[in-house]
Ligand binder design. Structure first.
Ligand code: AMP
Length: 281
């Protein structure tokens, strides 16, 4: 497995891969790999013998006061896992090379980046969009793999691909969960034992909404109020948002008439967690 830190060295490696060779599949990550990330790598490996993973804790998608500094960086362990799964190359760029002095260009996806998580993290998606476009240019993948856990992120990336005519297939893989339903996340490790016990309420509240839809409920205000009620049963949970939105433009829906995204974010203690599910009438 090639572990490449410099962008020029990665470009050289990329140029050595023949066009007629295996499809290049990219799995972008911030490292601290867990079962969710590994499911993306496995999906990419099923498709191709030429999988590139990137590990980059992207500073521009963190706001001041967020967890950039304390974000876990177990690089050696991550590389072992990627090698075990048959990844061919890992790009581990340095922030000073990704954003050299004078870097001014940002990718702004109007509207989409300011909704849902963008309300409380107004600069986050600009950071994500910019770094993902840079990775797409560096790696030139045929397909890139993302997780449904970060639904807004994959919707935004699909939009970039469409709007900027990128020749990249965006593959979105299902959310991997712990046994009690909590979505696996690098941030779960910040939870105290008591907070960890409370955290599955996020998943349970989504499940409640799915059951209501199966029983015929279509009114968004009723579904949203019910989810808020479920979350409210846990004293440790402070809701950031709960929203039922259209899956393309993230506009709120009043009534469930087509496949819609039920998404939420909540603080448990000081840790902000997200989760989502599709609701299909
Ligand atoms: P991150 O390292 O948090 O930027 O995540 C890298 C990729 O892994 C993103 O596409 C995430 O959506 C995906 N991912 C994170 N957690 C999960 C999960 N529990 N299930 C599936 N994909 C995930």
């Amino acid at each position: 497995m090639d572990v490449v830190r410099s962008l020029e060295a990665f470009r050289r490696l990329r140029r050595s891969w023949p066009d007629q060779g295996p499809e290049v599949c990219l799995v972008p990550t911030m490292g601290a790999l867990h079962a969710g990330h590994l499911s993306l790598v496995e999906a990419a490996r099923k498709r191709s013998d030429r999988v590139v993973a990137s590990i980059f804790v992207n500073p521009t998608q963190f706001a001041p006061g967020e967890d950039f500094e304390r974000y876990p960086r177990p690089l050696d362990r991550d590389l072992k896992e990627l090698e075990r799964l048959g990844v061919g190359a890992v790009l581990v760029p340095e922030a000073c090379e990704m954003y050299p002095a004078g870097h001014r260009t940002q990718v702004l996806v109007e509207g989409l980046g300011r909704k849902l998580c963008g309300l409380s993290r107004p600069t986050h998606f600009q950071g994500v969009a910019t770094v993902v476009l840079k990775l797409f240019h560096l790696v030139r993948p045929r397909a890139a793999f993302f997780g449904q856990k970060d639904a807004q992120q994959s919707i935004l990336i699909r939009r970039i691909v469409r709007d900027l005519d990128l020749d990249v297939e965006v593959v979105v893989c299902p959310t991997v969960r712990e046994q009690d339903g909590l979505a696996v996340s690098s941030r779960n490790r910040y939870l105290s034992p008591e907070e960890r016990k409370a955290a599955p309420v996020l998943f349970r509240s989504l499940q409640w909404a799915r059951r209501e839809v199966a029983r015929g409920e279509r009114r968004a205000p009723v579904l949203l109020a019910g989810v808020q009620r479920c979350l409210g049963a846990e004293a440790r949970v402070r809701v950031d948002y709960v929203a039922l939105v259209d899956p393309v433009d993230l506009e709120p829906v009043d009534r469930l008439e087509g496949k819609s995204l039920l998404a939420l974010a909540a603080f448990i203690g000081t840790t902000r967690l997200i989760d989502n599910t599709w609701l299909i009438p």
